[in-house]
Design a protein around this ligand. Structure first.
Ligand code: 48F
Length: 259
């Protein structure tokens, strides 16, 4: 005999318990694309309590669609070791170019992050940041994506963290909110504002990404495409090594700072 009430109660109770367990964490990551997933695994392995809020139903961001929906991805030599660490199969295409299946890549990034202890909540958007009295970021203000989509007037709720990572991709949506809502916010960029992403150059974009991955505002870090969008880096299309290395780098910066 299966009892629908028990099924419903099991879901509601366990979900709420998970939410409550994550009310106060070390690191909140906005966006479960490749850079956010990689960062989360390394942070959790360093015993930092890490949670990801992902706006969409699906996990993986732009990695899932490969290039123009041909869903294979390319990685270069520098990042091959990270593919190996996540147990993602790669095939050498030419010197310095490896291909991998986009779906396998997302599945394994996700699975290894979860195995390391990361909690991922999908269908939830980070719509604002929490700040302390010195305007340092120390949490995320979140709401159901469906509320955002329907433009319902429903107040969000707040989750506290020692720091927040914006891995929301091209939109850099959390950094944008900080600029808009914190008076005189000055980013760690040449102009103190968002420089904006530059047109495609895979070679430069991938290299510069390791410099643009950083603490961009007190308590707020950027990685992945959001980092290049903030600091005026080139876009790079469906080569993903930089995203993996950027996720690894932001985790290292945070671990060094927090330990
Ligand atoms: O865009 P996305 O994959 O970010 P990434 O890790 O990787 C970029 C590449 O996919 C690709 C590229 C490679 O050369 O340029 O574009 O930098 O994933 C970003 C994730 O963040 C979610 C969004 O749904 C996506 O899954 N997201 C965006 N805004 C929010 C958010 C938000 N405000 N709150 C929560 N999630």
């Amino acid at each position: 005999m299966l009892d629908e009430t028990i099924i419903t109660q099991a879901i509601i109770e366990s979900y709420l318990n998970e939410l409550i367990k994550n009310l106060k964490v070390d690191v909140i990551i906005a966006g479960a694309g490749p850079s956010g997933l990689v960062a989360s695994k390394y942070l959790a392995e360093a015993n930092l309590k890490t949670v990801i809020f992902e706006r969409k139903l699906s996990i993986g961001g732009g990695m899932l669609g490969g290039g123009m929906m041909f869903n294979n991805i390319v990685v270069q030599d520098d990042a091959k070791r990270i593919m190996d660490e996540f147990n993602i199969k790669t095939q050498k295409y030419k010197e310095n170019y490896y291909i991998a299946d986009a779906i396998e890549s997302v599945a394994k990034l996700t699975s290894k992050a979860i195995d390391a202890g990361v909690k991922i909540f999908n269908l939830i958007s980070v719509e604002d940041v929490k700040i302390d009295s010195d305007f340092r970021v120390n949490g995320a203000v979140i709401n159901w994506t469906s509320v955002e989509m329907a433009k319902l007037h429903v107040d969000p709720m707040t989750f506290e963290s020692r720091c927040l990572v914006d891995t929301t991709g091209h939109d850099a949506s959390v950094v944008n909110v900080v600029l808009k809502k914190i008076p005189n916010a000055k980013l760690n960029t040449p102009s103190g504002k968002i420089e904006g992403e530059l047109s495609m150059n895979a070679e430069i974009g991938e290299k510069i990404l390791l410099e643009t991955t950083k603490e961009i505002y007190p308590g707020l870090y950027v990685a992945g495409m959001a980092a290049n969008a903030c600091s005026g880096g080139q876009r790079m299309g469906p080569i993903f090594g930089g995203m993996l290395l950027s996720g690894e780098k932001v985790a290292k910066i945070i671990i060094d700072k927090m330990k």
